[in-house]
Design a protein around this ligand. Structure first.
Ligand code: ARG
Length: 469
């Protein structure tokens, strides 16, 4: 037999090994080493299956298992010597096993790195989705605490960044919690889509050996709610498919958009002009020049990271779009963007939780802003509707009343009965009662509205979902 090149796993048909530059260019172990626990879990399940169908002995299986456990312990302890010459995480681990266990030469029976990497990533996605969902729950919990501590605070709600209608601050915070809740749901969907086992698809066309795909799937937890194994249904699609990468990056990018929008609200609210909140020093920085500055850097970076998360999604879409079936080496570039999306989304969720945990609401500033009677102009139109005026006419009449107040340079509720009756005869003496904020909020009784009864329901709902913390 010819002397093998440095590439013991595929070097048989080669006379020369790869150039140094090629190794540097093509290695992925510098980033895919983080798949090691999943790669080892996959290999252990595969070895168990090979023994189950009689392709290796139980003794060989046990030797492989013990060797893989020892390698995992070495990796966890930071003592494993990763070698870029061995390209990727899969070959590094297989070669390390080969040095310890003769049976390692049988581990790759009926397996290819193509179905192996697809399996590793599906296991990783399941783990990553659960991890991010837990962090998003943490951010939701921190937001719920802000709502709870400021339950009675009212603020103006905004459209077009113009004062629109009064809401409880809790209603605004609950909107943020809803956004993050959809992210948790989306990650759950991605995890469910990941829950199909690729092993047995081989390089592209399966294997001639009598393997048991369902056995492997069960070993790895690729099962439905009833514990039935779930295996992918087309070997070519299985090794070519990168939808999960795109879905995961998309879920992270959408979460990033949410972080960014929440952050933008916080940037505005913490400005001198709004002054609704003070952000914690621990998540702000100062200016090297202007001594008075306290800048909302954490919130701004939440906005900035959102662009990066969108970039990762775009990288993956572009990577996959022109590829012929099935596996192409381009696909190795699928991992850096998803790992980065995971890392940055995890950081963002934690930083959002940290930022809002130390946030102080400036009640007096909120009260001053929400005291603007113009916020209840729509309620005034509703008042006319209740007195039989068609809404379009009521809207027009209140618009005219606003104009009168502007001309007289007085707040809306400082006009006289004569002033408003001059605009529309349906105004009666009780018209000013509309400007009672408490009454205005109490009248909003429908589901999803910011009335106190509905807010109480939402508190109960989120306390149940998130725990009282
Ligand atoms: N490191 C490779 C990747 O991540 C593993 C699959 C290699 N397969 C191959 N046929 N060269 O894509």
């Amino acid at each position: 037999m010819a002397k093998p090149t440095s590439q013991a796993t595929w070097g048989g048909r080669f006379t020369a090994g790869p150039a140094e530059l090629m190794l540097k260019f093509s290695e992925s172990v510098s980033f895919d080493h983080r798949l090691a626990p999943f790669d080892i879990a996959g290999s252990k399940a595969h070895a168990a299956m090979l023994a189950h169908v009689g392709l290796i002995t139980t003794k060989e299986r046990d030797a492989i298992h013990a060797g893989l456990d020892a390698i995992l312990a070495e990796i966890a302890a930071g003592k494993f010597a990763w070698d870029v010459k061995l390209e990727d995480v899969h070959m590094n681990i297989e070669q390390a096993l080969t040095k310890r266990v003769p049976a390692a030469a049988k581990l790759h029976t009926a397996r290819s790195r193509n179905d192996q990497v697809a399996t590793d990533m599906r296991l990783w996605f399941k783990h990553a989705c659960a991890d991010l969902a837990a962090r998003l729950r943490g951010a939701q919990r921190a937001l719920l605490a802000v709502a709870t501590a400021n339950r009675d605070v009212l603020i103006p709600g905004y459209t077009h960044l113009q004062r629109a209608q009064p809401v409880f601050l809790a209603h605004h915070v609950f909107a943020w919690i809803e956004m993050l809740d959809r992210d948790v749901g989306r990650l759950g969907d991605v995890a469910a889509h990941a829950n199909w086992c690729p092993l047995g698809s081989g390089a592209i066309a399966g294997t001639t050996l009598p393997i048991d795909r369902e056995f492997t799937a069960k070993q790895l937890g690729f099962v439905d709610a009833k514990g039935r194994p779930q295996v992918t249904q087309n070997s070519m699609d299985t090794v070519a498919d990168r939808d999960l990468f795109i879905e995961f990056a998309s879920a992270c990018a959408i979460a990033g958009v949410h972080f960014s929008r929440i952050a933008e609200d916080l940037v505005l609210w913490s400005s001198t002009e709004f002054g609704f909140v003070d952000l914690p020093d621990a998540f702000c920085t100062g200016s090297s020049l202007m001594p008075q500055k306290k800048n909302p850097d954490a919130a701004e970076l939440l906005r900035g990271k959102s662009a990066r998360l969108q970039g990762n999604l775009h990288t993956l879409l572009a990577l996959a779009k022109g590829l012929p079936l099935t596996y192409n080496r381009d696909l190795q570039e699928d991992k850096p963007p998803v790992f980065d999306s995971f890392d940055q989304t995890a950081l963002c969720a934690d930083v959002l939780a940290g930022t809002v945990t130390g946030l102080q609401v400036r009640r007096e500033r909120c009260a001053a802003a929400v005291a603007d009677p113009a916020l209840l102009a729509t309620d005034l139109a509703d008042y006319l509707v209740k007195r039989g005026v068609a809404f379009r006419d009521a809207h027009h009449a209140v618009g005219a009343v606003v104009k009168v107040a502007e001309q007289k340079r007085v707040p809306l509720n400082a006009l006289t009965l004569a002033d408003v009756q001059g605009v529309h005869g349906a105004f009666a003496a009780d018209w000013v009662e509309i400007f009672d904020l408490k009454r205005a909020l109490a009248a909003r009784t429908g589901t999803g509205m910011p009335g106190p009864k509905q807010i109480a329901k939402q508190f109960a709902r989120w306390q149940k979902t998130l725990g009282r913390g």
